[in-house]
Write a protein that binds this ligand. Structure first.
Ligand SMILES: C[S@@+](CC[C@H](N)C(=O)[O-])C[C@H]1O[C@@H](n2cnc3c(N)ncnc32)[C@H](O)[C@@H]1O
Length: 213
């Protein structure tokens, strides 16, 4: 995502009632934080939040945490939150996904969404890809038994890399498609992200996979 530093973004994130400060303090007690026993779902690299905000509205029976590492991007999601009627099942975290295991306890998360993750095309940056073995190991530490990873991208190289990396890390790819919008079964109930809208409008097919550790 092209990043413009927005003045006041750090402060807005720091003061926002929807952003979790000191998330490490909630490790192991996220359901208590939400005040219910509902499963916890994460979106990592949520960008401006279109996907997770729509998902949270659709599923009040689930708790959602959107993770974004840049305040200038997260600010755009905060600006879309309705101050009078903000969803009780949605909160945001401004952090790098590298720290997931410091924030969530073992088995505390039921599902992780990755949408249009940065491709990091250079080989020497492969470890930064959110579907690299190093990140899969972090996800494994926090996912519950039967938990799932859902990944969408229009970047065929990143998708092919992921289709190799996931089984190599001992995970199982349950299902995948190279053209989500033409796959009636997998596309049912699909919520488009900002990037998905942009790239599919340009004619790029959207790839999707679902995997389990
Ligand atoms: C290309 S954008 C996609 C945004 C959104 N998911 C969508 O599909 O429209 C990727 C986002 O992931 C965030 N991101 C990348 N690596 C991250 C990491 N390690 N931890 C948290 N966020 C990350 C970036 O800052 C960026 O906002």
């Amino acid at each position: 995502m092209r990043l413009r530093n927005i003045k006041g973004a750090d402060e807005a994130v720091l003061k926002s009632p929807w952003c979790i400060q000191s998330p490490e303090a909630q490790k192991g007690s996220w359901q208590a934080y939400f005040g219910n026993q509902h499963p916890i779902h994460l979106e990592i690299g949520m960008g401006k939040g279109q996907f997770i905000m729509a998902l949270a509205a659709r599923h009040p029976e689930l708790n959602y945490i959107g993770i974004e590492r840049y305040t200038s991007v997260l600010l755009r999601a905060l600006q879309k939150m309705d101050p009078i009627d903000a969803p009780a099942n949605l909160r945001f975290l401004c952090t790098d996904a590298k720290s997931l295991a410091d924030i969530f306890g073992s088995g505390e998360v039921e599902r992780i969404y990755l949408n249009f993750s940065d491709p990091w095309p250079k080989d020497r940056h492969a470890k930064r890809r959110l579907t690299s073995g190093a990140f899969l190991e972090r996800y494994r530490q926090i996912l519950a038994p039967g938990g799932q990873l859902e990944f969408k991208t229009d970047n065929k190289k990143l998708f092919e890399f992921s289709l190799e990396e996931i089984p190599a890390a001992g995970w199982h790819v349950v299902v995948h498609t190279f053209d989500l919008h033409r796959d009636a079964a997998l596309n049912a109930g699909n919520i488009m992200t900002e990037y998905e809208e942009k790239f599919s409008a340009m004619g790029n097919p959207i790839c999707k996979l679902i995997a389990c550790p």
